[in-house]
Design a protein around this ligand. Sequence first.
Ligand code: MLC
Ligand code: AMP
Length: 509
Amino acid sequence: MDESVFATLRRGFAGREEARFLETPDGRSWTYGDLLARSAAYARMLVGSGLSPGDRVAVQVEKSAENLFLYFGCLRAGGVYLPLNTAYTLSELEYFLSDAEPRIVVVAPERVAEVKRLAPRAVVLALDARGRGSAAEAADAAAGPFSDIPRGADDLAAILYTSGTTGRAKGAMLTHRNLASNAMVLKDYWRITAEDVLLHALPVYHVHGLFTATNTLVAAGGAIIFLPRFDLDLVFRFLPRATVMMGVPTYYTRMLADPRLGRETVAKVRLFISGSAPLLPETHRAFLERTGHAILERYGMTETGMNASNPYEGERRAGTVGFPLPGVEIRITDPETGRVLPAGEIGMIEVRGPNVFKGYWKNPEKTKAEFREDGFFVTGDLGRFDEKGYLSIVGRAKDLVISGGLNVYPKEVEEAIDALPGVVESAVVGVPHPDFGEAVIACVVRAKGAAIDEAAIQKALADKLAAFKRPKRVIFLDELPRNAMGKVQKNLLRERFADLFAAAPAALR
Ligand code: MLC
Ligand code: AMP
């Protein structure tokens, strides 16, 4: 039996081949029949390019309909889909390619030559923002029927890299069961049906835009308005036709700051969903007041997909992420001992269920370290259940900044800064930011007499780190605050610079 996620999704849109699957702002649209035909062409193309079941297909391309057909084609061909943020620099890409050893790599046309050098054993193809390039041409040439390669529920469907607190990014191995179970649960929990039209403004190289948004809609046979990126003009042009929107908190704060947001613009919407970063209760309240909609906040992770959600019916409590999803177990434990804590107490959030990933790619030690003996995954998030069973996330045990829904690991940025001549050491922290929620800043100690300044640091980081990881501000200090054990007290830095962006005019942020 084929237990692949595509087989599950396909059952969801069966009989809807004539119905609209996708449309883009340039006026083009595709039916579910087109999805089947075009993903079959990509599957045939991938197999023809030498893909065997279990081989990785690494993809770093701009968002386009063809990108989605490539994704579904990869699943149908038994490949393991490996999406990569388009902001990653070549030096970041080099690591992912050497670690994942993909059979096929699809990148923007201008990167093909360099990627061929970085991954000499891979077949390297191109896809541009309009969905054109050698990958699309090869799919055109391969058009025809395709019998999906059957997969078991425990076989890998995707690998998504997520940076660790120590060392380099790790590939989270997601199985067909992980993706299929999450799509089905979310479809039911959020009442997604074939009548729904999702306004899709998220990138499709992360769990949120690719699995939570796309898979869930496809599992219901619904339609997707596929925006190339989050852009307020496009959002307000298409929102009046949408019934559902998903986004990170920055989307909602930006929409609130725009006079076009009003009850008329959201007349057809039945559900706004937020996740990937904390939604401030003020944002929740302001959105409710302005539109009449209580944003539904949910909680997820790359390693687990979605874990918890506020209810569709019943109270959506601001500042909480709701209840564990059906089939997902969540417990709060003492971070030191692992002892399960009662409701009301703050501790480590641990998760177990069919959504939880199989482990880190080629990294059994790290996998072992992040799971309990009884199969619970230790998230690194700190939380508490209230008396009614709502889960709140109150902090993070991991050293992580979430900026505009994108994760930045301070360690990675510190290592890049510390390597520069004239720098003694650095501490990177997140501070409140009106647009990104949190902004990355770097506190740097210079060597005696060194002249290195902010511009020089920014310049040096530009070809090493993706732009969203780079500090929005560099501050020079004589020394970093340390406790008696010699550990840098990042909380003191966060407190000291908490107001850095509070009153800054937009141009300075
Ligand atoms: C862009 N920039 C950012 C940034 N995004 N800086 C900090 N944080 C971010 N998130 C920088 C760019 O590098 C650029 O810098 C400048 O800001 C303007 O770039 P832009 O491309 O014009 O920005 P914009 O399009 O406005 O993008 C901001 C954004 C986008 C918030 C719309 O980042 C976004 O769509 N975020 C969503 C990410 C997401 O999907 N997260 C889900 C992860 S899954 P410069 O220096 O070049 O000017 C997950 C699990 C779960 O977490 O639970 O869902
Ligand atoms: P990622 O590694 O990009 O998948 O990010 C996952 C992390 O995002 C989680 O471990 C949380 O710290 C954070 N996160 C996701 N959803 C929420 C939410 N609704 N509220 C607060 N933090 C969230």
